[in-house]
Design a binder for this molecule. Sequence first.
Ligand SMILES: *Cc1c(COP(=O)(O)O)cnc(C)c1O
Length: 708
Amino acid sequence: MDMLVKKMQKLTQNLWWTWKPEVRTIFRDLDLELYQRAHQNPMSVLRQISPEELENRATEVDVPARVDRALRQLQEYLLPVTTWGLTHAGALGSRPVAYFCMEFGIHESLPIYSGGLGILAGDHLKAASDLGVPLVGVGLLYHEGYTSQVLDKALWQQDVVEPFDIQDLPLTRAVDRHGEPVQVAVELPGRLVYASVLQVMVGRIRLILLDTRVKQNDPKDVALTARLYGGDQRMRIEQELLLGVGGARALRALGINASVFHLNEGHSAFALLERARYRIQEDGMEPHKALQEVASATVFTTHTPVDAGHDRFPADLAAEHLRPLAEGLKLSLDEVMGLGRVNPHDHGSYFLPTVLALKLSRRANGVSALHGVVSRKMWNHLYPGLQEEAVPIGHVTNGVHLPTWLATEMNHLYESHLGVDYQSSLTRPATWGRITSVSSAEIWETKQVLKARTIRFIRGRSAEMRERLGLPPIEPAPLDPEALTIGFARRFVPYKRPDLLYTDLDRLDRLVNNPERPVNLVFSGRAHPADSTGKGLIQKVAGLLEDPRFRHRILFIENYNIRVGRMLYQGIDAWLNNPQRPLEACGTSGMKVVLNGGLHISVRDGWWAEAYDGNNGFAIGTGEIHADQAIQDKRDAEDLFRLLEDEVVPLYYDNRNSTGIPRCWVERMKNSIRTLAWRFNADRMVQDYVENLYLPAAIGSSCQMPPP
Ligand SMILES: *Cc1c(COP(=O)(O)O)cnc(C)c1O
């Protein structure tokens, strides 16, 4: 038994299990109830299960053989003979890309993410691992995690801190080449702040995380890494300095000589100043030359077309924090401040990390084709004299990590029709072309299995919430399992318009309660803890839960996170996204739905603007934008209702064959998978980054190569 426990512990040491259902199910099969209570975290299951229970269950569900098989697979994975990266990213060699991000969403048991940005970063690491691209992630370890959402009786979002148990995570101290644990220090106003450097393995990729819970630190500095997006402006700039400057120092202390710095969003922009400072201080390089060199080895990805989404620090606050870096850079404080100002000579104006990142990166990109256009326009004023089209911001459209988001049953279907090894050629259209040969019955029935599971999950969550709120259970159970089921889950902010369908409740009533063609609607989503507008939207959308017209048809699920997301993406029939165009930079949840055989219904914004072909989902509106937002909202609501009533609902219910399969709907499911899956996955995204950005940038940084 001890031997088995050791082997199981070994399996939990690498977050590789987060995208291996065959590993996760070993732990689930030991004790389902415990598994769920433990946030699907194998390490936690293993720590909490009693030796007797483990012994009994191990034989019942064949654990030893499954563990051996999984360990063998893991070893093979970690020591590959050949990978895409060895062939195509070999030039990066022993100098990996350093990928900086404020949040990483890898699994629900590691709550150091809040939403889309973090999940994209997690997917990026996982795909880089699968492809064998040399890359190391750099982030912060928030020891209180991010908050959980609980609605109170007024349906107002309460933000609950759920500290997580660090011993249930496979974090280890990162050590230098002498085996000594690494600690870094960063100069903040009037003091040095220390951070220990932890690491976690995500397949072949190392993710290093800085943690200020260090003895030498003042308690208020320990709190610097307590919570993601938790504090005021001062805490924010200090977190960003810690991530950027501390992160760059941690890499060096670990002996990681990164070729390229990839800043995923501007939060980590200070890393670039630190990189230049090092060249100036240690190698005696001339300051402006150092800045140029850093720029040529930097890739910067911007994520938000919303002006307010970019950090901007008051001049005094920034100056106070940048003084030590300016000294190290041998530049005047004003020159350094100028790097973060839109107009460098506009003293006293705000300091924007995004501006710093744009000025100090030779290569920048938005996250969809449309977002590239919007970003060039948005930042045109930083490049006086350049035409909008010439602004040096390109795009790499986001993608999602298929093994993370795909239901096991869909994976089996793909394995049997696309080839057992289809995951090694996800980006080839030919791989997905084979979906046309799958019978309608097989794909439809697979989807029904997923849908039944998702509806059970939603009912369960909804019943728990009602009980907590002191509301009576809904009888009969809500959501008709045969009805077209549409999901909507995302951050609740006004521009995403979660309440668009609520503009006409009578029409909504007719839509969802049509006796022949009912529709279920499931909402989920959180607001930033400080955003009362977003919380108001939640209150409104969840507010129908006692309305006799809607309580059987429209549900709100609390605490949208990776787990809730996975359940919704896998089992829902269709996914709704109705933001104000062009404010959705990309959007990725719809891609996860598509992989699982759901159809996407969206405004032509973000990825959908380049993905929709007339036959692989549904588009709301024409893509035109009215200058008056109120008129635009009205038009979009009208068009959304019309689309649902005249196209989506009939496609789902009409043209059923003798066994009840909706032929045209299933045809569109296949079209959607065939035309979208090969493009909007994270392997394609990482390959684009490598070929179009990392490799050219690495050549730009070749002057840093040690002489042969
Ligand atoms: C994918 C995902 C997101 C991002 O989805 P968008 O479409 O960009 O809003 C946010 N939260 C969770 C839990 C996700 O899985």
